[in-house]
Write a protein that binds this ligand. Sequence first.
Ligand code: ADP
Ligand code: ASP
Ligand code: MG
Length: 408
Amino acid sequence: MALYVYKFGGTSVGSIERIKAVAKKVKKAHDLGDQIVVVVSAMSGETNRLIALAKALQQQPNGREMDVLLSTGEQVTVSLLSMALHEIGCDAHSYTGSQVKILTDSAHTKARILNIDELPIRSHLNKGKVVVVAGFQGVDEQNNITTLGRGGSDTTAVALAAALKADECHIYTDVDGVYTTDPRVEPKARRLDKITFEEMLEMASLGSKVLQIRSVEFAGKYNVALRVLSSFKEGKGTLITYEESPMESALISGIAFNRDEAKLTISGVPDLPGVAFKILGPVADANIEIDMIIQNIADDATTDFTFTVHRNDYQRAKAALDKTCAELGAKKVTADDGIVKISIVGVGMRSHAGIASTMFKALADEGINIKMISTSEIKISIVIDEKYLELAVRALHSAFKLDQEAVS
Ligand code: ADP
Ligand code: ASP
Ligand code: MG
């Protein structure tokens, strides 16, 4: 007898018909004698709808109240799925995050899981029941409801799989695995049978929303066997593997992109020691996370300093920078929220030169101007105008022959 954690995303539970289909799939696995814990997201569109309701009242709603609101989406689907299971003769018991209990810190809307009480779940499983747990939510020490950030049901599933020492954690979604890039942008994208944990971590952190980054971190930390599969069609999906097999690894495994960033530049800053700190200090003090940074030195002993932030923080970062600009006697601040970051990822890039030049040539051939570049051992990221996103992703996909099967 094996124990599986199955997670179904918003589209997979987006209607009564789909909830019935999920119930059938779960019952089938349960009838084979395995123990099944199911984690569900809210119905598709529901979390966005709740956020819009809150924003209609307040631009920056209180975090605690926001989490009380957002957690309702998943409370609806756990109960409906349990009813659907009962209806077809499968005993099921639903839990909200706080009932389980999934203990988190108190960082509302982006809480981290600290501990999970697995005993109540185990006792239901041992009685032959399916346990249905609300994704994306937990409770803090003071009994406040918390949520885990967008896409957080993935993390609930992986954390439960770790706590219960499940044999596998299956993330069922609206695509049949992890692809070389988002198949919505490049229809020629290819499903990967396997992806290394390290690559999946980069892809998720660079914007591939197929798995929430924290779920991948959790899986790595606790060695959870993780697989991404389709809710709608049979198949083996993509296994996140912890073994690196350099023989098989392609130079580039995938292309990720992030539309959620904005770019800010302060130019004509006197080039003196401490200037980077003077620019970024106030941004950090405003609790704004910075992603890419570049600094150019001009001939006249001044410097231009450019960095990117999340688009949600764009206005606040601009305000902080305008203030710094006046204080430092710098020339001007320019800001651009019409950009996108595109990254190529692959463990194979470690041992091969020339990857960057292939990337830059593919973009040059399409006449796409690169605004920023950053690299690490297994990725290269560039920032370009958002309007070239599709063109750039497709050009890179073809330049690195990602539509073709990797040669081992
Ligand atoms: P769910 O609601 O099931 O959690 P998500 O929308 O969060 O689903 O994640 C699935 C989506 O991720 C896909 O529909 C796809 O558009 C997108 N995606 C982005 N990058 C990739 C990738 N490399 N492989 C597969 N899907 C990707
Ligand atoms: N419902 C939440 C969201 O839309 C969590 C999830 O789907 O994973 O972000
Ligand atoms: Mg998701």
